[in-house]
Design a protein around this ligand. Structure first.
Ligand code: 4NP
Length: 158
């Protein structure tokens, strides 16, 4: 059985594709590609079909991580398709659970930063309207959170 992760932000062009690709990078390093599968989605329809934001890709590339993917919108069917859904911020968390009409899936949805060990941040800040530093910060925060997330999955879910 494979453990399936879905990373969710607003646009699915900055934070969640970064989380997905960083996590895939760590999964490869840990030789767990046959055990854990990652995807990402956005709560909005703004950027459906778009590749990751080029400013986000540049920041990821500085850490040796290439961002690949095409934005799609989160859908209620994702609750059944994935084992764990990671929200980047509180608004994403609320919007994801808004699709859970019968309140069945709350246990599957967690805040990404709850897995961070080096940062006390509660949310991955939206970098879209800011400068380069914001994008670099998102990558650092996600590298730490993905590390903690992988640790959690290896210890508790595989
Ligand atoms: P993301 O960033 O949610 O991390 O992909 C954003 C992308 C686009 C917009 C906002 C945030 N937007 O307003 O278009």
């Amino acid at each position: 059985m494979t453990y399936k992760l879905l990373f969710v932000c607003l646009g699915n062009i900055c934070r969640s594709p970064s989380a997905e690709n960083i996590m895939n990078h760590l999964i490869k390093e840990a030789n767990l590609t046959d055990k854990i599968i990652c995807d990402s989605a956005g709560t909005s329809a703004y950027h459906i079909g778009s590749p990751p934001d080029r400013r986000m890709s540049a920041a990821a590339m500085q850490k040796g991580i290439e961002l690949v993917g095409k934005a799609r919108k989160f859908q209620a069917a994702d609750f059944e398709r994935f084992n764990l859904i990671l929200a980047m911020d509180r608004e994403n968390y609320r919007d994801i659970l808004y699709s859970d009409r019968q309140c069945q899936y709350e246990d599957k949805v967690k805040m990404m930063c709850s897995f961070a060990t080096q940062y006390s941040e509660q949310e991955v800040p939206d970098p879209y309207y800011g400068g380069e530093a914001g994008f670099n910060y998102v990558i650092d925060l996600l590298l730490d959170s993905c590390d903690g997330l992988l640790d959690y999955i290896v210890k508790n879910q595989l």
